[in-house]
Design a protein around this ligand. Structure first.
Ligand code: ATP
Length: 563
């Protein structure tokens, strides 16, 4: 886990130090939209550049594009987004707030679960007749089975791939077995058994929603039958459940009608697929080859919270790798491995990273295999990047919808095929959040707490802080000269305000890996001028000749390892 137990400290540090602000804050903010401040924009740019270098410049067969955000509306029909990029929503008529119906039910179940566990422990703690340990164990098993259900529910809705009944029924059977155990041994089981049955019954209904009537009708029925109230207003005054498309639509041209509306792209990938032929025709590429792109994507996320983890406007960095069918599985494994290694190489601590393959029955309609690269955020293990084997789905769909041939002719083997695509797709904002979370430390120093961002020096918004010890011409002149010399190669900041200790702390919070202090000892002693360099991570200091400074910083950057 990062050294944080919630995102709160990152949110406050990000605002206080100018990394990330709420959008339009002076007007009360715009929900799930964020702006990057002076430090944030540098950090984000450094991460983007590092990705670009890794994904394009380090390969002779990967090229870049920068496609427009607006695309022909048919693109989104072909990709399946018009038909399938939906969430079931319900509105509270009193507060006018909109909720995802399945999540509302899930929250209700969580409440019941919490009550069940509280009641159970109250009972156990009250009674000295109960063999506490034994029941604790039983209850822990039951609770963990329930937690498993939660993730099943989430996954099944995320991928809109429906519910695999068999898997679900067998896990319910398992819970029932545990219940019977409680039933056999527990002196007064009825109340608890009933509570658990209610919870399990609700899960069952939620997981099978869509199998009785339609998904929206089944969800509505669950909400009605269980009298689930709106979390904020407490009202029980709902609209019907409706499917809500996550794409933003806008008008195109001054005389447009609703029919010629266009969408803000919900992913950058389609800009690559529709340019596949252009790139093939112009850049003499042969398969396998990749096309990379970074850019904004927009999703009208309903449950948009958790800071820059889930935004309505965000930035993606994607690479689509076109391969010969039959080699796709091997390429998929290779890219999954490579991408995980890259996150480690960027300095994210290994124990906070893992891969999580999607089970086969939970794959998106276009995918043959998919895995998340997950980071242990303060909000738990969450996806930062997705690796997908998209097969020939996208090119085949675009060929059909556009009427253009999008296959590939392999000269050497004289064969024609539609390439398969291995996709690596990472969110730049989630990546930035990951870097901040992983770097964040609070340390006790001389009875004080030092907040420090121990991030990879190559990513740091400011790499070198330069301080004259006090405001004296002699010191300021040399400090300015050093600033000027280093500016070409590193991002530097000159600061002569406040005590030296305060200046160090400010730079610690900004993640600045090196601070250079110019003092009288260095400029007045015999021989060459020297300065003190102070290292962010262990606060050690050393005196170095000014002529060696750039080299020392360069080495410090190269040798850096996460603690
Ligand atoms: P999630 O399940 O978390 O919604 P997803 O599976 O829909 O993500 P993809 O469509 O695979 O995500 O998008 C690829 C990457 O784009 C994700 O791994 C994530 O880093 C980023 N991403 C997706 N949605 C958002 C968002 N709303 N805000 C910020 N980043 C996002």
């Amino acid at each position: 886990m990062s050294n944080l137990d919630s995102l709160d400290k990152i949110v406050s540090l990000a605002k206080a130090r100018g990394f990330i602000f709420q959008s339009s804050e002076i007007y009360g903010g715009l929900s799930a939209v964020y702006d990057y401040g002076p430090l944030g924009v540098e950090l984000k740019r450094n991460i983007r550049d590092a990705w670009w270098k890794e994904m394009t410049r380090r390969h002779d067969n990967i090229v870049g594009v920068d496609a427009a955000i607006f695309m022909h509306p048919k693109v989104w029909e072909a990709s399946g987004h018009v038909g399938g990029f939906n969430d079931p929503m319900i509105d509270d008529k009193q507060s006018k707030k909109r909720y995802r119906a399945d999540m509302l039910i899930e929250q209700h179940i969580h409440k019941l679960e919490k009550k069940f566990v509280d009641d159970f422990f109250d009972f156990v703690n009250d009674s000295n007749k109960i063999k506490t340990e034994k029941y604790r164990k039983i209850i822990a098993d039951v609770v963990s089975s329930i937690e498993e259900k939660v993730s099943q529910v989430q996954e099944s809705y995320q991928d809109s791939s429906g519910v695999e009944n068999e898997v679900m029924v067998s896990s319910f059977n398992q819970i029932n077995k545990q219940l019977k155990e409680v039933d056999a041994e527990f002196p007064h089981p009825e109340k608890f058994v009933n509570q658990l049955n209610e919870i399990i019954g609700l899960y069952y209904n939620l997981l099978t929603a869509g199998s009785r009537k339609s998904l929206t009708e089944d969800l509505y029925e669950i909400i009605m039958e269980n009298e689930i109230r709106a979390p904020e207003s407490g009202a029980f005054d709902w609209t019907e459940v409706r499917q809500f498309n996550l794409m933003f639509k806008t008008q195109f041209g001054s005389t447009s009608t609703d029919e010629d509306g266009v969408y803000l792209r919900p992913e950058t990938a389609q800009g690559i697929f529709v340019n596949y032929k252009n790139v093939m025709d112009t850049s003499r590429t042969t398969i396998p080859f990749g096309i990379a792109q970074t850019g904004k994507a927009f999703r009208n996320e309903v449950v948009a919270r958790q800071f820059v983890f889930r935004m309505r406007e965000f930035e993606q960095m994607e690479m689509q790798y076109f391969v010969k069918p039959g080699t796709d599985e091997e390429e998929y494994e290779k890219w999954l491995e490579k991408r995980l290694e890259w996150h480690k190489f960027m300095g994210i601590r290994e124990e906070n990273l893992r891969t999580a393959p999607h089970p086969e029955d939970k794959l998106a309609h276009y995918a043959r295999a998919a895995a998340d690269i997950q980071y242990k955020y303060p909000i738990g293990w969450q996806e930062v990047e997705g690796i997908h084997n998209r097969t020939d789905f996208d090119l085949t769909q675009h060929a059909e919808f556009s009427g253009k041939k999008l296959d590939y002719f392999d000269q050497k083997n004289q064969e024609r095929f539609v390439p398969y695509v291995i996709e690596t797709s990472v969110g730049l904002d989630r990546l930035t959040l990951m870097v901040l979370c992983d770097a964040y430390r609070e340390e006790e120093v001389d009875g004080d707490t030092r907040t420090v961002l121990k991030m990879n020096p190559k990513l740091a918004p400011t790499q070198v802080g330069i301080f004259p010890l006090i405001k004296k011409d002699k010191l300021q002149d040399l400090a300015h000269k050093i600033e000027k010399d280093l500016r070409e190669e590193f991002s530097v900041l000159y600061d002569d305000s406040g005590s030296i200790g305060k200046r160090y702390r400010r730079q610690d919070e900004a993640g600045t890996p090196f601070c250079v202090t110019v003092d009288f000892d260095g400029v007045e002693s015999e021989g060459e001028d020297t300065v003190t360099i102070r290292y962010r991570d262990d606060m050690s200091q050393e005196r170095v000749p000014v002529s060696k400074l750039a080299e020392v910083i360069r080495d410090g950057m190269k040798d850096w390892k996460p603690e």
